[in-house]
Each structure stands twice: as C-alpha cells, then as structure tokens.
Ligand binder design. Structure first.
Ligand code: ADP
Length: 142
C-alpha cells in the first residue's frame, strides 16, 4: 500500500483516466493521500500580455480546476474533498516529475497513452518521459 499517490490526469482522455484512478485507489493505504494533477500546457493558455486583461491566466487555471472537480464528482467513487486537486501550467512531464518530488509521492499512477488503449509498442510521449526520468516508482496502466 502507498501513502501518497500522484495521478496525472489529462481531462482530454475521457473514459480511460477514471479507470487509472481506480487502480490507484486499489493500492492507496487507508487514510492515504490521493493527488490528481492536470497540467495545462503553456501553449493552450491565452497569451499573458497586453491583449488580455490581467487575471485571464488565473481564470483559465480555475476553469480547468472546476473541470477536474466535475470529473471526480461524476466519474469517481470518491468525494472531491477526499483528494487533492492540482492544476498547474507548464510542461506536463516536467511538472509531473517535480510535483511528485515536492509532494513526496511514493507512487505515480498513469496511463500508457492518452487517446486510446489500442495496442501500441511504445508508451505515449509524456509517459515515456516520466517513466524514463522518475525516481519515484511509476505504475503504468494499459
Ligand atoms: P499520448 O502520447 O498517447 O498522447 P501521453 O504520454 O501524453 O500519451 O499520456 C499518457 C499519460 O500521461 C496520461 O494518461 C496522463 O496520466 C499523463 N498526461 C499526459 N498529458 C498530461 C497533462 N497535460 N496533465 C496531466 N497528465 C498528463
């Protein structure tokens, strides 16, 4: 059993990521901490500059946070209050790795691919980087 599990979730991968979280719940210790992290890649954000009013960036982060909360409420057998929801802006693999360290996660649980479960010989791009560079154990769900 693991005490602190980080599950990176890309909300674009509907249908599959709830299954990934269920696997994490299977190995989470009683009273263990589950953290769901969605990384919003910088290029998906509105440019922070003169064209946009101040706060646009924060608003986008808040919106994704709401989506993440709705995902937990609608798709998972847990209360959003019982897990930590994080939304960060940056490069997905880098953020997943740095957050795993910062939060002292003892396991990362993630899907092998974002878009489908079709058999493929290699891992997805983010999964490849995380598995390759992580010093935290990674459980990859296929
Ligand atoms: P693909 O290359 O097929 O799109 P990825 O490697 O990007 O696959 O996705 C595999 C897993 O990586 C996802 O299930 C998720 O756990 C994680 N991941 C990918 N992108 C993000 C993101 N923006 N935020 C959080 N997790 C992500």
């Amino acid at each position: 059993m693991y005490k602190t599990i980080l599950v990176p979730v890309d909300l674009a991968e509907e249908g599959f990521c709830d299954e990934v979280v269920r696997h994490a719940l299977e190995v989470l210790a009683p009273k263990g901490k589950l953290i769901l992290l969605t990384v919003v890649a910088g290029y998906q954000m509105p440019l922070v500059g003169s064209y946009f009013p101040p706060g646009t960036f924060d608003k986008a982060i808040k919106e994704v946070h709401q989506q993440l909360k709705a995902f937990v409420e609608q798709k998972l057998p847990i209360d959003p209050e019982d897990c930590t929801l994080e939304v960060k802006e940056g490069k997905p693999a880098d953020l997943i790795l740095s957050e795993a360290k910062r939060l002292k996660a003892d396991l990362i649980v993630m899907a092998s691919h974002k878009r489908s479960r079709l058999e493929r010989s290699v891992l997805g791009s983010v999964a490849t980087k995380v598995v390759g560079r992580s010093t935290t154990p990674v459980l990859v769900i296929k």
